[in-house]
Write a protein that binds this ligand. Structure first.
Ligand SMILES: Cc1ncc(COP(=O)(O)O)c(C=O)c1O
Length: 399
C-alpha cells in the first residue's frame, strides 16, 4: 500500500515529539507534556452528557441552543452582535472549526500569516488547502510583536492571518495595541483574521482576553474559532465552533457536514449546561490555573531555569534552557525523562521560520493543566534529583 500513499500523507510524518512520547510511556514518566487536564471535568456537565445518552440523543444532531448561548456570550463579553441562526457553525472541536475555516477561504497559492512560534496544527491545514504559510517571528524573551516586521509580511497574496491569543506555546496574551496593529494590517490588505481563542477564559494576573473581532471594521473580516475543550476540561468531547459573517459561517458549516456531518450529539447537549455555567466557574478556573502556573515556575526555578516570560494566559510555561546547559531541547527532554521520570515537550516543534533558528532548540514547554497530585509528584522527582546532586546535565545552579 505504501506506493499508493498520497503526497500529503507522505508529508505528515511522526514528529520527534511523538517519539519522545513513546520513550516517556516506556519510562512511565509523569506527564507535563500534553495540553490536556488529567483531572475530572465538572460533575454537572458530565451528568448532562450521561443524561443525554440515556435520553437517546444518540443520532446526528445540530443543537441550536449552543448557537443561542454563544451569541448571548458574544454580546455580553465583547459587545458583538452575532446572529445565532446564520453566523455560527458547530464543529468537532476548534481543530475542525479551524480546518473548515481555512478550507472555506484559502485557494491554491494564497498566503497565510502566522506568528512564530505557534501551535503545530495550523500549518498542516493551510498546506492541505494549498495555502502558503508565512511566518512572522515574535521576539523572545517577551515574544514581542514588531509592527514593522508584521506590516512587511503582508502582500497582495495574503488572504488571512492566524491569531491565537492566549497563545500556545508561550502563554502570551496579545495586548490591545498589538490587536490594533494586526487589525490595521488586515484592513489595509483586505485580509481575514482567523482566531483561535480556546484559552479565552484562561488568563492570569488580571489580564483580560479580547477578541480582535470587536475592533473597528474587523467583525466582518474575522472568523473566531474556539471550543469547550480547555474551559471545561473535556478535550475528548470534540465540541467547538466557528463564529463568522454569515457567508463564511455557512461555508464552514457545509464543509463540516461533508467531513463529519455533526459533532457528537450527547456532548452537544451537555454543552448547553457548560455554556450556562455561572461566572464563579470561570473565576475559579482562572484562580486554580494561576496557582498551578506559579507552582511550575517555582519548580523550574529549582533546577536552574530563569523564567523570563511569565505566562499571561493558556496552560503552558515556555522556558528557555539555562544558559550553561549545553543540551538541545530534545536532549534535555530525553535526560529529564530518563533521570527525573518527568516528560515535557521540546520547543522546536512550535518554531517554523528561519528567523527563529538561533533559539528554536533552546526551549521546552511545560503543561501545567495537571492535578495537584501530578504536580506534587513531579516536584518530588525534581527534589530527589536535587538532593542526590547526581544529574549535572539537567541541574543548574542559579547564579
Ligand atoms: C492553541 C490550541 N488550539 C486548539 C487546540 C485544540 O482544540 P480542540 O480540542 O477544541 O480541537 C489546542 C489543544 O491543545 C491548542 O493548544
Amino acid at each position: 500500500m505504501e506506493g499508493k500513499l498520497s503526497s500529503v500523507a507522505k508529508n505528515f510524518t511522526p514528529s520527534p515529539i511523538q517519539e519522545l512520547s513513546q520513550l516517556a510511556q516506556r519510562c512511565n514518566a509523569i506527564n507535563l507534556a500534553e495540553g490536556f487536564p488529567d483531572f475530572p471535568a465538572p460533575p454537572c456537565i458530565k451528568e448532562a452528557a450521561v443524561s443525554a445518552i440515556n435520553n437517546d440523543f444518540n443520532q446526528y444532531r445540530h443543537v441550536q441552543g449552543i448557537c443561542d448561548q454563544l451569541a448571548l456570550k458574544m454580546k455580553k463579553t465583547h459587545g458583538l452582535d452575532v446572529n445565532p441562526l446564520t453566523d455560527i457553525a458547530i464543529c468537532c472541536g476548534q481543530s475542525e472549526a479551524f480546518a473548515a475555516a481555512i478550507f472555506s477561504i484559502i485557494n491554491q497559492g494564497d498566503e497565510v500569516l502566522l506568528f512564530d512560534p505557534c501551535y503545530e496544527t495550523y500549518e498542516g491545514c493551510i498546506t492541505l488547502a494549498g495555502g502558503i504559510p508565512v511566518y512572522v517571528a515574535l521576539e523572545p524573551p517577551q515574544w514581542t510583536l514588531d509592527p514593522e516586521k508584521l506590516m512587511r509580511s503582508f502582500t497582495s497574496r495574503t488572504k488571512a492571518i492566524v491569531l491565537n491569543s492566549p497563545h500556545n506555546p508561550t502563554g502570551k496574551v496579545f495586548s490591545r495595541d498589538e490587536l490594533e496593529i494586526i487589525a490595521e494590517g488586515c484592513r489595509r490588505w483586505d485580509c481575514v483574521a482567523i482566531t483561535d481563542e480556546v484559552y479565552e477564559y484562561i488568563t492570569y494576573d488580571n489580564q483580560k482576553h479580547e477578541t480582535i473581532a470587536k475592533l473597528p471594521g474587523m467583525q466582518e473580516r474575522t472568523i473566531i474559532t474556539s471550543s469547550l475543550s480547555k474551559t471545561f476540561s473535556v478535550t475528548g468531547w470534540r465540541i467547538g465552533w466557528a463564529i463568522a459573517p454569515a457567508s463564511a459561517a455557512s461555508a464552514i458549516q457545509n464543509i463540516h457536514i461533508r467531513i463529519t456531518d455533526s459533532a457528537p450529539a450527547p456532548f452537544q447537549e451537555a454543552a448547553l449546561t457548560a455554556l450556562r455555567s455561572p461566572i464563579e466557574y470561570f473565576e475559579t478556573l482562572r484562580g486554580e490555573y494561576e496557582l498551578k502556573r506559579d507552582f511550575c515556575m517555582k519548580l523550574l526555578g529549582s533546577v536552574g531555569f530563569r523564567i523570563q516570560f511569565k505566562p499571561q494566559g493558556s496552560l503552558f510555561l515556555f522556558a528557555e534552557l539555562p544558559k550553561d546547559c549545553l543540551l538541545s531541547d530534545v536532549e534535555y527532554v530525553e535526560e529529564l525523562i530518563q533521570q527525573a521520570g518527568v516528560v515535557v515537550v521540546p520547543g522546536r516543534g512550535f518554531f517554523h521560520g528561519n528567523e527563529s533558528c538561533k533559539y528554536q532548540k533552546r526551549y521546552i514547554r511545560v503543561a501545567f493543566c495537571k492535578s495537584g497530585a501530578t504536580l506534587n509528584a513531579a516536584a518530588q522527582k525534581f527534589g530527589e534529583l536535587i538532593n542526590a546532586k547526581a544529574c549535572p546535565k539537567i541541574l543548574y545552579q542559579r547564579k
